[in-house]
Design a protein around this ligand. Structure first.
Ligand code: UT7
Length: 334
């Protein structure tokens, strides 16, 4: 049996430290003109050395819980979408649980399921599907879906083709099958991938990159990308998946109040919007302020769109994303 999957609270968090295009001009051979024309990005937010993605995730989670009127001890599941976890182990979700004060001493031991998953930039969409499935098994669940990314930790600041693109951020939602004041119901989600395209975007530093104590790491530890190939897949897959999702829900693009695509490049955002016949007033973009924050882009964009007055509870929102894997997917919020 399907249960509703309500978003009951939404929060976001970005580091205060800002890296502008002018700053990057001093680091690599690039220019504000090139970055703005090719990507739309003006600035990105970068973690300080003493903070990690889990700190952003915990802050976004606290804001989402506060809006939902819940305390950390009410949470039954934490799903963390990240391709830049603090560690290979323990999981970022367990670290966030610890930072929220959910521990054996708070009486939660054995009650909270914590799990990381990596669908790269599509993490938030995949996470909404995980939440829907979990609520079918456990309708009483209180799920924290946290997208927490620290891309700056895997950005090669000597590579101009990638270092201008990424930033750090986190976003979180509380999902439940019943809720007094829901923001939206996650009506439907569609997820896809193609592992044949796994080489198009990579972040190293896993066990396939052997390292010995005391040795230094090479460029393979950082983001590498075949930009133009990714661009083409992104536009095609986000458009097709969104179309499919609306069709199977008996809707057309004219029924959508706001379209929020993955925030990687303003040209990609505009190209998808045009392909779907959506006017600029219906397409949300905030990539200018953050760069690409991978799984965090969609919940941060939801929070920003609401702050900007472009989104209110119950409006019909179409989310779509793509990323390393390649993965892609769309979600319909009503
Ligand atoms: O979440 C998924 C993440 N990935 C993406 O969404 C990326 C999708 N792809 C893109 O956004 C674009 O392909 C990029 C922004 C990465 C690159 O834009 P492009 O229009 O595809 O440029 P290009 O890679 O074809 O490079 C054009 C030129 C090259 O010079 P030559 O070979 O024509 O002389 C590059 O060396 O621009 C040069 N270039 C730069 N110049 C100044 C590349 N990066 C820079 C830079 N500043 N930062």
């Amino acid at each position: 049996m399907n249960h509703p999957c309500y978003i009951c609270g939404l929060g976001s968090s970005v580091p205060s430290r800002v890296l502008t295009n002018a700053d990057l001009e001093k680091m690599v051979e690039t220019s504000d003109e090139w970055i703005t024309a090719r990507t739309g990005i003006k600035e990105r937010h970068i973690l300080d050395e003493n903070a990690n993605g889990s700190d952003l995730g915990a802050e976004a989670a606290r804001a989402a819980l506060a809006e939902a009127g819940l305390a950390p001890e009410d949470v039954t599941h934490i799903f963390a979408a990240t391709c830049t976890p603090d560690h290979l182990s323990p999981s970022t979700s367990c670290i966030i649980a610890g930072k929220l004060g959910i521990s054996a001493s708070s009486g939660q031991m054995g009650r909270v399921m914590c799990m990381d998953f990596n669908a790269a930039c599509t993490g938030f969409v995949y996470g909404l599907e995980l939440a829907r499935a979990t609520l079918c098994l456990h309708p009483e669940a209180v799920i924290l879906l946290v997208s927490a990314e620290a891309l700056s930790r895997r950005t090669n600041f000597g590579d101009r083709s990638t270092c201008v693109l990424f930033g750090d951020a986190a976003g979180a939602v509380v999902l439940r099958s019943s809720c007094e004041k829901p923001l939206w119901n996650v009506a439907d989600v569609s997820c896809a991938s193609d592992g044949a395209l796994r080489d198009l975007i990579q972040i190293g530093g896993g066990t396939a990159s052997p390292i010995e104590v005391g040795s230094t790491v090479g460029p393979e530890w950082f983001v590498t990308m075949q930009g133009m190939a990714v661009f083409k897949h992104a536009v095609r897959n986000m458009a097709e998946e969104s179309q499919k999702l609306l069709e199977r829900n008996g809707m057309g693009f004219e029924d959508v109040d706001l379209f929020i695509p993955h925030q990687a490049n303003l040209r990609i955002i505009k190209a998808v919007g045009e392909r779907l016949g959506l006017g600029e007033d219906k397409v949300f973009a905030n990539v200018q302020n953050y760069g690409n924050t991978s799984a965090a882009t969609l919940p941060v964009a939801l929070a920003d769109a609401r702050k900007a007055g472009r989104l209110a509870p119950g409006m019909k929102v179409l989310l779509t994303s793509f990323g390393s894997g390649m993965t892609w997917g769309s979600a319909l919020l009503v």
